[in-house]
Design a binder for this molecule. Sequence first.
Ligand code: ADP
Length: 342
Amino acid sequence: MTRVQMIGVSKRYPGRGKGAAQVVAVDDVSIDVASGEIHAIIGYSGAGKSTLLRLVNGLERASSGRILVGDDEITSLPEARLRAVRGRIGMIFQQFNLFHSKRVSKNVEYPLVVAGVSPAERKRRVAELLDFVGLGDKAEAYTDQLSGGQKQRVGIARALATNPGVLLADEATSALDPQTSQEVLALLKRVNDEFGITIILITHEMEVVRGIADRVTVMDGGRAVEQGGVFDVFSSPQTTTTRRFVSSALPTEPQAEHLEQLRERHRGRLVTLTFRDGDVDQPVVFRTLAERGVGVSIVHGGVTDVGGRSFGKLTLELIGDDLRVEHAIAALAQETDLEVLV
Ligand code: ADP
């Protein structure tokens, strides 16, 4: 079981070209990843995610701040010791980073050879790992004969070979189609459930976060701008960056142009209700409307699953005479998170 602590971590690069300002790729970031947690780091391209991951596995040195992986302080270990610690940090990549001219079994065996494990033990371990990732029958295939999803399974088997306490995933599903992505995510979830391995994954895909992460950090311009449980962060985003991410994957209220189209087709009042798991009772909403003689059509939005809880935004057209609709809106506003659109 391995906890990962990043404490006030920064990474500055010299500017390119004479007199150019230095680049602050990671700016005073603190993330405390509990052992056994799946922590997602999301952000747009250039936010500093990959740099942060390279600092965690010691491929690059932080300019300031501290990083601890278990009891090992990555930021102060000499290079020779770092190599041993890296054996306890598995890594998987968007482009898989496999040896294409080698057989699947040789790819998975590689870190065991580097670690000096005996041939008999290597053979046993490779067979066990390939069974775990569902590729028991592909040991002798060459990796370039495999599909993308199979290649990533080999990548995962290889990353697990030395029994790491932490797995770092760098856009691990971004090169895969949605169905294959889901399969690889399910496999990562099994890695976490069955072995208690802490997983830190960086991604720009909301589906990844929504599907398997426990907690999330949102990065923007090198800084961690928002952090918390996936449900809490996504159901009440505090920053523009997070709101933009959320709107790409979760139901939203209709945006300006769409609202105009809705307005043309629906003459009643339009309201958006936000449902956060547990705090609004949907039957109460519909009963309140029925009791006040107000008709309702759902015109936009939906309810979806976020971190195992439900979240939704529904835009309703309220139909009835003006006074009844006003009363219904007043009653709903007492019980729900309600926004009157028009
Ligand atoms: P992300 O993974 O979120 O796309 P990166 O960590 O790759 O972001 O990059 C963050 C910022 O740091 C970018 O502005 C990038 O240009 C800069 N950067 C990354 N690596 C280097 C480097 N080796 N030298 C100079 N600038 C770098």
